[in-house]
Design a protein around this ligand. Structure first.
Ligand SMILES: C[S@@+](CC[C@H](N)C(=O)[O-])C[C@H]1O[C@@H](n2cnc3c(N)ncnc32)[C@H](O)[C@@H]1O
Length: 481
Protein backbone atom coordinates (compact mmCIF):
# COMPACT_ATOMS: atom_id res chain seq x y z
CA UNK A 1 0.00 0.00 0.00
CA UNK A 2 2.81 2.38 0.84
CA UNK A 3 5.10 1.75 -2.06
CA UNK A 4 3.10 0.42 -4.98
CA UNK A 5 -0.30 2.08 -4.85
CA UNK A 6 -1.17 5.63 -5.89
CA UNK A 7 -2.67 8.00 -3.30
CA UNK A 8 -6.33 8.91 -4.02
CA UNK A 9 -6.72 6.12 -6.58
CA UNK A 10 -9.31 3.83 -5.01
CA UNK A 11 -13.12 4.22 -5.37
CA UNK A 12 -14.25 1.67 -2.81
CA UNK A 13 -12.62 -0.25 0.05
CA UNK A 14 -14.02 -3.36 1.70
CA UNK A 15 -11.96 -4.99 4.41
CA UNK A 16 -12.60 -8.08 6.47
CA UNK A 17 -9.48 -8.44 8.58
CA UNK A 18 -8.99 -11.07 11.25
CA UNK A 19 -11.11 -9.65 14.06
CA UNK A 20 -9.51 -10.80 17.24
CA UNK A 21 -11.55 -13.95 17.48
CA UNK A 22 -8.61 -15.59 19.30
CA UNK A 23 -8.87 -18.60 17.06
CA UNK A 24 -6.49 -20.09 14.56
CA UNK A 25 -8.24 -20.95 11.34
CA UNK A 26 -7.13 -24.05 9.63
CA UNK A 27 -8.06 -24.96 6.15
CA UNK A 28 -8.27 -28.67 5.86
CA UNK A 29 -7.17 -30.18 2.64
CA UNK A 30 -7.49 -33.71 1.51
CA UNK A 31 -4.90 -35.47 -0.51
CA UNK A 32 -5.75 -36.83 -3.93
CA UNK A 33 -6.66 -40.20 -2.46
CA UNK A 34 -9.37 -38.55 -0.38
CA UNK A 35 -7.55 -39.26 2.87
CA UNK A 36 -7.16 -36.30 5.15
CA UNK A 37 -3.61 -35.18 5.71
CA UNK A 38 -2.37 -35.90 9.21
CA UNK A 39 -1.73 -32.21 9.85
CA UNK A 40 -3.79 -29.21 8.91
CA UNK A 41 -2.72 -26.37 6.69
CA UNK A 42 -2.60 -23.22 8.63
CA UNK A 43 -4.30 -20.46 6.69
CA UNK A 44 -3.68 -17.64 9.11
CA UNK A 45 -3.55 -16.88 12.77
CA UNK A 46 -5.96 -14.59 14.51
CA UNK A 47 -4.53 -14.21 17.95
CA UNK A 48 -3.24 -10.87 19.13
CA UNK A 49 -0.46 -10.44 21.58
CA UNK A 50 0.64 -7.06 22.81
CA UNK A 51 4.23 -7.73 21.68
CA UNK A 52 7.02 -5.15 21.56
CA UNK A 53 6.07 -4.09 18.01
CA UNK A 54 2.45 -3.38 18.89
CA UNK A 55 3.39 -1.55 22.07
CA UNK A 56 5.75 0.60 20.04
CA UNK A 57 2.94 1.38 17.58
CA UNK A 58 0.74 2.45 20.49
CA UNK A 59 3.49 4.64 21.96
CA UNK A 60 4.30 6.20 18.58
CA UNK A 61 0.70 6.71 17.53
CA UNK A 62 0.67 10.49 18.20
CA UNK A 63 3.57 10.90 15.77
CA UNK A 64 1.93 8.75 13.10
CA UNK A 65 -1.35 10.65 13.46
CA UNK A 66 0.43 14.00 13.22
CA UNK A 67 2.27 12.86 10.10
CA UNK A 68 -1.09 12.16 8.51
CA UNK A 69 -2.66 15.44 9.59
CA UNK A 70 -4.84 13.95 12.28
CA UNK A 71 -4.39 16.44 15.07
CA UNK A 72 -6.11 17.96 18.04
CA UNK A 73 -8.42 16.32 20.50
CA UNK A 74 -9.26 13.42 18.18
CA UNK A 75 -5.62 12.39 18.01
CA UNK A 76 -5.30 12.77 21.80
CA UNK A 77 -8.44 10.72 22.29
CA UNK A 78 -7.22 7.82 20.15
CA UNK A 79 -3.69 7.78 21.51
CA UNK A 80 -4.92 7.95 25.13
CA UNK A 81 -7.65 5.41 24.47
CA UNK A 82 -5.23 2.82 23.09
CA UNK A 83 -2.67 3.49 25.83
CA UNK A 84 -5.29 2.90 28.51
CA UNK A 85 -6.76 -0.09 26.72
CA UNK A 86 -3.32 -1.68 26.65
CA UNK A 87 -3.77 -2.10 30.42
CA UNK A 88 -7.40 -3.24 30.52
CA UNK A 89 -7.58 -5.32 27.33
CA UNK A 90 -4.08 -5.74 25.97
CA UNK A 91 -5.03 -8.04 23.09
CA UNK A 92 -7.77 -5.67 21.89
CA UNK A 93 -5.33 -2.74 22.12
CA UNK A 94 -2.80 -4.72 20.08
CA UNK A 95 -5.41 -5.47 17.43
CA UNK A 96 -6.60 -1.86 17.26
CA UNK A 97 -3.05 -0.51 17.05
CA UNK A 98 -2.31 -2.87 14.19
CA UNK A 99 -5.46 -1.85 12.35
CA UNK A 100 -5.10 1.88 13.05
CA UNK A 101 -1.74 1.92 11.34
CA UNK A 102 -3.18 0.14 8.29
CA UNK A 103 -6.35 2.25 8.16
CA UNK A 104 -4.23 5.38 7.98
CA UNK A 105 -2.52 4.04 4.88
CA UNK A 106 -5.79 2.80 3.41
CA UNK A 107 -7.38 6.22 3.81
CA UNK A 108 -4.50 7.79 1.92
CA UNK A 109 -5.35 5.58 -1.09
CA UNK A 110 -9.03 6.57 -1.15
CA UNK A 111 -10.54 9.16 -3.52
CA UNK A 112 -12.66 11.91 -1.89
CA UNK A 113 -15.73 10.15 -3.34
CA UNK A 114 -14.79 6.74 -1.88
CA UNK A 115 -16.45 4.71 0.87
CA UNK A 116 -14.87 2.18 3.20
CA UNK A 117 -16.74 -0.87 4.53
CA UNK A 118 -15.10 -2.43 7.58
CA UNK A 119 -16.43 -5.92 8.27
CA UNK A 120 -16.02 -6.83 11.93
CA UNK A 121 -17.57 -8.65 14.87
CA UNK A 122 -19.80 -7.22 17.61
CA UNK A 123 -16.93 -7.90 20.03
CA UNK A 124 -14.75 -5.29 18.32
CA UNK A 125 -17.14 -2.98 16.43
CA UNK A 126 -17.63 -0.48 19.27
CA UNK A 127 -13.87 0.01 19.64
CA UNK A 128 -13.41 0.21 15.88
CA UNK A 129 -16.05 2.94 15.65
CA UNK A 130 -13.94 5.07 17.98
CA UNK A 131 -10.89 4.46 15.79
CA UNK A 132 -12.79 5.16 12.56
CA UNK A 133 -14.51 8.25 14.00
CA UNK A 134 -11.09 9.72 14.72
CA UNK A 135 -9.48 8.70 11.43
CA UNK A 136 -12.40 9.53 9.11
CA UNK A 137 -14.36 12.02 11.24
CA UNK A 138 -17.54 11.24 13.16
CA UNK A 139 -19.55 13.16 10.54
CA UNK A 140 -18.33 10.73 7.89
CA UNK A 141 -19.85 7.74 9.66
CA UNK A 142 -22.64 6.53 7.35
CA UNK A 143 -23.91 3.10 8.37
CA UNK A 144 -23.65 0.24 10.73
CA UNK A 145 -24.81 -2.61 8.51
CA UNK A 146 -25.97 -5.76 10.26
CA UNK A 147 -25.30 -8.90 8.27
CA UNK A 148 -27.75 -11.37 9.76
CA UNK A 149 -27.44 -15.08 8.99
CA UNK A 150 -28.48 -18.44 10.35
CA UNK A 151 -26.21 -21.26 11.34
CA UNK A 152 -26.22 -24.26 13.61
CA UNK A 153 -27.00 -22.98 17.13
CA UNK A 154 -24.22 -23.05 19.70
CA UNK A 155 -24.79 -24.14 23.29
CA UNK A 156 -24.52 -20.99 25.37
CA UNK A 157 -26.25 -18.82 27.91
CA UNK A 158 -26.52 -16.02 25.35
CA UNK A 159 -28.97 -15.24 22.62
CA UNK A 160 -27.52 -16.92 19.55
CA UNK A 161 -24.87 -14.71 18.00
CA UNK A 162 -25.81 -14.66 14.37
CA UNK A 163 -24.73 -11.36 12.93
CA UNK A 164 -21.64 -9.50 11.84
CA UNK A 165 -21.23 -5.75 11.72
CA UNK A 166 -20.07 -3.77 8.70
CA UNK A 167 -19.13 -0.17 9.44
CA UNK A 168 -19.43 2.19 6.49
CA UNK A 169 -17.54 5.48 6.45
CA UNK A 170 -16.85 8.13 3.81
CA UNK A 171 -13.77 10.20 3.16
CA UNK A 172 -16.23 13.02 2.56
CA UNK A 173 -19.89 12.20 3.16
CA UNK A 174 -21.03 15.05 0.93
CA UNK A 175 -19.33 13.86 -2.25
CA UNK A 176 -19.63 10.12 -1.79
CA UNK A 177 -20.50 7.80 -4.71
CA UNK A 178 -23.96 6.34 -4.13
CA UNK A 179 -26.30 4.22 -6.21
CA UNK A 180 -29.61 3.72 -4.43
CA UNK A 181 -30.51 0.05 -4.07
CA UNK A 182 -33.92 -1.32 -3.27
CA UNK A 183 -35.02 -4.22 -1.13
CA UNK A 184 -34.52 -7.45 -3.04
CA UNK A 185 -37.32 -9.32 -4.82
CA UNK A 186 -40.52 -10.76 -3.34
CA UNK A 187 -43.98 -9.72 -4.34
CA UNK A 188 -45.60 -7.73 -1.63
CA UNK A 189 -48.60 -5.68 -0.88
CA UNK A 190 -48.19 -2.08 0.07
CA UNK A 191 -50.64 0.54 1.23
CA UNK A 192 -51.31 2.98 -1.54
CA UNK A 193 -51.96 6.61 -0.86
CA UNK A 194 -55.67 6.20 -0.48
CA UNK A 195 -55.21 3.44 2.08
CA UNK A 196 -56.27 0.76 -0.45
CA UNK A 197 -54.16 -2.34 -0.77
CA UNK A 198 -52.53 -2.73 -4.17
CA UNK A 199 -50.24 -5.42 -5.47
CA UNK A 200 -46.72 -4.36 -6.31
CA UNK A 201 -44.63 -6.45 -8.68
CA UNK A 202 -41.06 -6.27 -9.81
CA UNK A 203 -39.95 -5.42 -13.31
CA UNK A 204 -37.34 -7.51 -15.16
CA UNK A 205 -34.42 -5.91 -13.32
CA UNK A 206 -35.98 -7.00 -10.05
CA UNK A 207 -35.55 -3.53 -8.66
CA UNK A 208 -38.65 -1.51 -9.42
CA UNK A 209 -42.19 -2.23 -8.54
CA UNK A 210 -45.26 -1.17 -10.45
CA UNK A 211 -48.50 -0.32 -8.72
CA UNK A 212 -51.00 -2.43 -10.66
CA UNK A 213 -53.83 -0.07 -10.08
CA UNK A 214 -52.14 3.17 -11.01
CA UNK A 215 -49.68 1.70 -13.52
CA UNK A 216 -47.08 4.14 -12.21
CA UNK A 217 -43.52 3.11 -11.57
CA UNK A 218 -42.66 2.70 -7.95
CA UNK A 219 -39.06 2.14 -7.00
CA UNK A 220 -39.88 -0.05 -4.00
CA UNK A 221 -38.39 0.27 -0.55
CA UNK A 222 -34.84 1.65 -0.31
CA UNK A 223 -32.53 -1.00 1.06
CA UNK A 224 -32.25 -1.13 4.85
CA UNK A 225 -29.13 -1.51 6.96
CA UNK A 226 -30.11 -5.00 8.15
CA UNK A 227 -29.26 -7.60 5.54
CA UNK A 228 -30.51 -11.16 5.69
CA UNK A 229 -28.06 -13.08 3.57
CA UNK A 230 -27.27 -16.76 4.07
CA UNK A 231 -23.75 -17.95 4.81
CA UNK A 232 -22.25 -20.20 2.14
CA UNK A 233 -23.88 -23.62 2.29
CA UNK A 234 -21.54 -26.57 2.96
CA UNK A 235 -22.26 -28.02 -0.48
CA UNK A 236 -22.35 -24.74 -2.43
CA UNK A 237 -20.18 -24.53 -5.54
CA UNK A 238 -18.95 -21.20 -4.24
CA UNK A 239 -17.34 -22.81 -1.19
CA UNK A 240 -13.57 -23.06 -1.56
CA UNK A 241 -12.61 -24.39 1.85
CA UNK A 242 -10.96 -21.11 2.82
CA UNK A 243 -11.72 -20.27 6.44
CA UNK A 244 -14.00 -17.25 6.89
CA UNK A 245 -14.90 -17.07 3.20
CA UNK A 246 -17.77 -14.58 2.73
CA UNK A 247 -20.63 -15.04 0.25
CA UNK A 248 -20.48 -13.07 -3.02
CA UNK A 249 -24.12 -12.10 -2.31
CA UNK A 250 -22.89 -10.01 0.61
CA UNK A 251 -20.33 -8.14 -1.47
CA UNK A 252 -22.64 -7.59 -4.42
CA UNK A 253 -24.78 -4.79 -2.88
CA UNK A 254 -21.67 -3.14 -1.44
CA UNK A 255 -20.01 -2.94 -4.84
CA UNK A 256 -23.24 -1.91 -6.61
CA UNK A 257 -24.14 0.83 -4.16
CA UNK A 258 -20.71 2.37 -3.74
CA UNK A 259 -19.00 2.14 -7.12
CA UNK A 260 -19.63 2.41 -10.83
CA UNK A 261 -18.43 0.27 -13.73
CA UNK A 262 -14.73 0.87 -14.36
CA UNK A 263 -14.10 2.04 -10.77
CA UNK A 264 -11.29 0.57 -8.68
CA UNK A 265 -12.38 -1.69 -5.81
CA UNK A 266 -9.77 -2.50 -3.17
CA UNK A 267 -9.74 -5.28 -0.58
CA UNK A 268 -6.59 -5.16 1.59
CA UNK A 269 -7.42 -8.45 3.40
CA UNK A 270 -8.88 -10.28 0.41
CA UNK A 271 -8.59 -13.91 1.58
CA UNK A 272 -9.92 -16.13 -1.19
CA UNK A 273 -10.96 -13.17 -3.37
CA UNK A 274 -14.70 -12.84 -2.70
CA UNK A 275 -14.62 -9.07 -3.22
CA UNK A 276 -12.67 -9.58 -6.41
CA UNK A 277 -15.31 -11.92 -7.78
CA UNK A 278 -18.10 -9.45 -6.98
CA UNK A 279 -16.13 -6.56 -8.49
CA UNK A 280 -15.21 -8.48 -11.64
CA UNK A 281 -18.83 -9.62 -12.13
CA UNK A 282 -19.95 -6.00 -12.04
CA UNK A 283 -17.30 -4.68 -14.43
CA UNK A 284 -15.15 -2.94 -11.82
CA UNK A 285 -11.35 -2.97 -11.69
CA UNK A 286 -9.86 -4.46 -8.53
CA UNK A 287 -6.83 -4.93 -6.31
CA UNK A 288 -6.65 -7.51 -3.53
CA UNK A 289 -3.94 -8.01 -0.92
CA UNK A 290 -3.43 -10.90 1.42
CA UNK A 291 -0.52 -11.71 3.69
CA UNK A 292 -1.06 -15.46 3.31
CA UNK A 293 0.69 -16.61 0.15
CA UNK A 294 -1.36 -19.80 0.20
CA UNK A 295 -4.57 -17.73 -0.08
CA UNK A 296 -3.31 -15.74 -3.04
CA UNK A 297 -1.29 -18.26 -4.95
CA UNK A 298 -3.51 -21.26 -4.56
CA UNK A 299 -7.06 -20.48 -3.46
CA UNK A 300 -7.67 -17.05 -5.03
CA UNK A 301 -5.83 -17.92 -8.19
CA UNK A 302 -7.86 -21.07 -8.61
CA UNK A 303 -11.10 -19.18 -7.98
CA UNK A 304 -10.26 -16.55 -10.60
CA UNK A 305 -9.56 -19.29 -13.09
CA UNK A 306 -12.48 -21.60 -12.35
CA UNK A 307 -15.21 -19.09 -11.71
CA UNK A 308 -14.16 -16.06 -13.76
CA UNK A 309 -11.83 -17.63 -16.38
CA UNK A 310 -9.13 -15.12 -15.55
CA UNK A 311 -5.61 -16.31 -16.24
CA UNK A 312 -2.69 -15.13 -14.13
CA UNK A 313 -0.13 -13.20 -16.16
CA UNK A 314 -2.63 -12.63 -18.94
CA UNK A 315 -5.66 -11.06 -17.27
CA UNK A 316 -4.07 -10.01 -13.97
CA UNK A 317 -0.75 -10.19 -12.12
CA UNK A 318 0.29 -11.50 -8.73
CA UNK A 319 2.99 -9.42 -7.05
CA UNK A 320 4.99 -10.00 -3.90
CA UNK A 321 5.27 -13.77 -4.16
CA UNK A 322 9.01 -14.37 -4.60
CA UNK A 323 10.10 -15.01 -8.19
CA UNK A 324 13.86 -14.81 -7.55
CA UNK A 325 16.42 -14.92 -4.73
CA UNK A 326 16.08 -11.19 -4.00
CA UNK A 327 12.31 -11.59 -3.66
CA UNK A 328 12.78 -14.51 -1.30
CA UNK A 329 15.31 -12.53 0.74
CA UNK A 330 12.88 -9.59 0.92
CA UNK A 331 10.10 -11.89 2.13
CA UNK A 332 12.37 -13.34 4.82
CA UNK A 333 13.39 -9.82 5.90
CA UNK A 334 9.78 -8.64 6.17
CA UNK A 335 8.26 -11.76 7.63
CA UNK A 336 10.42 -14.81 8.46
CA UNK A 337 7.36 -16.92 9.18
CA UNK A 338 5.79 -16.27 5.76
CA UNK A 339 9.19 -17.03 4.20
CA UNK A 340 9.24 -20.35 5.99
CA UNK A 341 5.71 -21.14 4.80
CA UNK A 342 6.59 -20.16 1.26
CA UNK A 343 9.64 -22.50 1.25
CA UNK A 344 7.61 -25.38 2.62
CA UNK A 345 4.83 -24.85 0.07
CA UNK A 346 7.34 -24.63 -2.79
CA UNK A 347 8.25 -28.27 -2.22
CA UNK A 348 4.57 -29.17 -1.85
CA UNK A 349 4.76 -29.49 1.90
CA UNK A 350 2.50 -28.31 4.70
CA UNK A 351 3.71 -26.06 7.49
CA UNK A 352 3.75 -27.53 10.94
CA UNK A 353 0.94 -25.95 12.93
CA UNK A 354 1.81 -27.64 16.17
CA UNK A 355 5.33 -26.32 16.33
CA UNK A 356 6.66 -26.02 19.84
CA UNK A 357 9.84 -24.47 21.12
CA UNK A 358 11.66 -27.78 21.45
CA UNK A 359 10.62 -29.13 18.07
CA UNK A 360 12.65 -28.00 15.12
CA UNK A 361 10.41 -29.18 12.33
CA UNK A 362 9.01 -26.42 10.14
CA UNK A 363 6.88 -28.59 7.89
CA UNK A 364 6.33 -31.94 6.25
CA UNK A 365 5.84 -33.32 2.77
CA UNK A 366 3.49 -36.31 2.79
CA UNK A 367 3.56 -39.27 0.46
CA UNK A 368 2.03 -42.69 0.00
CA UNK A 369 4.22 -45.66 0.89
CA UNK A 370 3.18 -49.14 -0.30
CA UNK A 371 2.25 -51.35 2.65
CA UNK A 372 1.75 -48.42 5.05
CA UNK A 373 -1.78 -47.52 6.14
CA UNK A 374 -1.11 -43.88 6.91
CA UNK A 375 0.68 -41.27 4.83
CA UNK A 376 4.41 -41.14 5.46
CA UNK A 377 6.41 -37.92 5.49
CA UNK A 378 9.63 -36.06 4.95
CA UNK A 379 10.38 -33.55 7.72
CA UNK A 380 11.44 -30.07 6.57
CA UNK A 381 13.62 -27.47 8.17
CA UNK A 382 14.00 -23.98 6.77
CA UNK A 383 16.87 -21.60 7.41
CA UNK A 384 16.45 -17.95 6.48
CA UNK A 385 19.00 -15.20 6.66
CA UNK A 386 21.57 -16.82 8.93
CA UNK A 387 24.56 -18.67 7.51
CA UNK A 388 24.11 -22.41 7.31
CA UNK A 389 26.51 -24.60 9.19
CA UNK A 390 27.19 -28.29 9.57
CA UNK A 391 25.30 -28.11 12.88
CA UNK A 392 22.07 -27.59 10.95
CA UNK A 393 22.75 -30.82 9.06
CA UNK A 394 23.52 -32.66 12.30
CA UNK A 395 20.29 -31.38 13.83
CA UNK A 396 18.44 -32.68 10.80
CA UNK A 397 20.03 -36.06 11.31
CA UNK A 398 18.64 -36.06 14.85
CA UNK A 399 15.15 -35.34 13.47
CA UNK A 400 15.32 -38.67 11.64
CA UNK A 401 15.77 -40.40 14.96
CA UNK A 402 13.19 -38.76 17.17
CA UNK A 403 10.50 -37.89 14.62
CA UNK A 404 8.45 -40.54 12.96
CA UNK A 405 9.64 -39.65 9.45
CA UNK A 406 11.23 -41.51 6.57
CA UNK A 407 13.34 -38.59 5.35
CA UNK A 408 14.36 -35.08 6.31
CA UNK A 409 15.13 -32.10 4.10
CA UNK A 410 16.87 -28.79 4.75
CA UNK A 411 16.03 -25.64 2.75
CA UNK A 412 18.34 -22.64 3.04
CA UNK A 413 18.15 -19.12 1.70
CA UNK A 414 21.93 -18.74 1.61
CA UNK A 415 23.95 -21.27 -0.36
CA UNK A 416 26.88 -22.89 1.49
CA UNK A 417 30.43 -22.38 0.15
CA UNK A 418 31.74 -25.18 -2.06
CA UNK A 419 33.87 -26.81 0.68
CA UNK A 420 30.98 -26.56 3.11
CA UNK A 421 28.62 -28.10 0.55
CA UNK A 422 30.99 -31.09 0.26
CA UNK A 423 30.96 -31.53 4.04
CA UNK A 424 27.17 -31.39 3.99
CA UNK A 425 27.00 -34.09 1.33
CA UNK A 426 29.37 -36.33 3.28
CA UNK A 427 27.43 -35.99 6.52
CA UNK A 428 24.14 -36.54 4.72
CA UNK A 429 25.42 -39.63 2.93
CA UNK A 430 26.07 -41.22 6.36
CA UNK A 431 22.32 -41.19 7.01
CA UNK A 432 21.84 -43.71 4.19
CA UNK A 433 18.84 -44.47 2.02
CA UNK A 434 15.23 -45.52 2.41
CA UNK A 435 13.64 -47.99 -0.02
CA UNK A 436 10.14 -47.05 -1.18
CA UNK A 437 8.30 -48.86 -3.97
CA UNK A 438 11.50 -50.47 -5.25
CA UNK A 439 13.43 -47.17 -5.40
CA UNK A 440 16.05 -45.75 -3.06
CA UNK A 441 15.89 -42.20 -1.75
CA UNK A 442 18.55 -40.41 0.38
CA UNK A 443 17.25 -40.00 3.91
CA UNK A 444 18.84 -36.57 4.35
CA UNK A 445 18.63 -33.96 1.62
CA UNK A 446 19.43 -30.34 1.09
CA UNK A 447 18.13 -27.61 -1.28
CA UNK A 448 18.86 -23.90 -1.61
CA UNK A 449 16.17 -21.36 -2.42
CA UNK A 450 17.90 -20.72 -5.75
CA UNK A 451 17.63 -24.40 -6.61
CA UNK A 452 13.94 -24.44 -5.68
CA UNK A 453 13.31 -21.36 -7.83
CA UNK A 454 15.09 -23.18 -10.65
CA UNK A 455 12.49 -25.95 -10.41
CA UNK A 456 14.53 -28.48 -8.43
CA UNK A 457 12.74 -30.50 -5.76
CA UNK A 458 13.60 -33.17 -3.22
CA UNK A 459 14.29 -36.68 -4.47
CA UNK A 460 11.26 -38.43 -3.03
CA UNK A 461 7.99 -40.20 -3.97
CA UNK A 462 5.22 -38.01 -5.44
CA UNK A 463 3.94 -35.70 -2.69
CA UNK A 464 0.33 -36.11 -1.58
CA UNK A 465 -2.00 -33.13 -1.50
CA UNK A 466 -2.83 -30.36 -3.88
CA UNK A 467 0.06 -29.39 -6.06
CA UNK A 468 0.87 -26.48 -8.31
CA UNK A 469 0.83 -28.85 -11.26
CA UNK A 470 -2.92 -29.36 -10.70
CA UNK A 471 -3.34 -25.70 -11.39
CA UNK A 472 -1.08 -25.68 -14.40
CA UNK A 473 -3.10 -28.44 -16.03
CA UNK A 474 -6.25 -26.40 -15.31
CA UNK A 475 -4.62 -23.41 -16.86
CA UNK A 476 -3.94 -25.43 -19.93
CA UNK A 477 -7.47 -26.72 -20.31
CA UNK A 478 -8.89 -23.21 -19.84
CA UNK A 479 -6.47 -21.87 -22.40
CA UNK A 480 -7.90 -24.34 -24.90
CA UNK A 481 -11.50 -23.71 -24.03
C1 LIG B 1 -11.41 -12.92 7.56
S1 LIG B 1 -10.23 -13.29 6.33
C2 LIG B 1 -10.87 -12.55 4.88
C3 LIG B 1 -11.83 -13.43 4.16
C4 LIG B 1 -12.30 -12.84 2.85
N1 LIG B 1 -13.24 -11.74 3.05
C5 LIG B 1 -12.94 -13.93 1.99
O1 LIG B 1 -14.15 -13.86 1.70
O2 LIG B 1 -12.22 -14.85 1.64
C6 LIG B 1 -8.88 -12.25 6.78
C7 LIG B 1 -7.70 -12.32 5.86
O3 LIG B 1 -6.75 -11.35 6.24
C8 LIG B 1 -5.46 -11.85 5.94
N2 LIG B 1 -4.48 -11.03 6.67
C9 LIG B 1 -4.16 -11.07 7.99
N3 LIG B 1 -3.26 -10.10 8.27
C10 LIG B 1 -3.01 -9.45 7.11
C11 LIG B 1 -2.21 -8.35 6.74
N4 LIG B 1 -1.45 -7.72 7.63
N5 LIG B 1 -2.21 -7.94 5.48
C12 LIG B 1 -2.98 -8.56 4.55
N6 LIG B 1 -3.77 -9.59 4.83
C13 LIG B 1 -3.79 -10.04 6.09
C14 LIG B 1 -5.55 -13.31 6.31
O4 LIG B 1 -4.58 -14.06 5.63
C15 LIG B 1 -6.96 -13.66 5.86
O5 LIG B 1 -6.97 -14.20 4.56
Amino acid sequence: MRERMEPASVDLVYLDPPFNSKRDYNAIYKDETGRPLPDQVEAYTDTWMPDADRMRTIRNLPILLREHNINGHGADLLAGFLRALAHTQPDMAAYLAYMTERLIWIKRLMKPTAAIYYHCAPTASHYLKVVMDVLFGANNFLNEIIWSYRRWPAKSKSFQRMHDVILRYAVDAKSITWNQLFEPLAESTLKADGGKKILNVLDESGRRRRGKKTGEDSPGAPMRDVWNIGIIAPTAKERLGYPTQKPVKLLDPIVRASSNPGDLVFDPFCGCATTIEAAENLGRRWIGIDITIHAVKRVARRRLLDRLHLVQGQDYVIEGVPQNWEGAYELWRQDPYQFQKWCVEQVEGFVNVKKSADEGIDGRVYFDMPGEKILQSMALEVKGGENVSINHVRALNAVLKYENVQMAGLITLNAPGSQQAKNFQQTMALAGYVKIGGREFPRLQFLTVDEILGGKSFNMPKPAGRTESDYDSDLFSHGNA
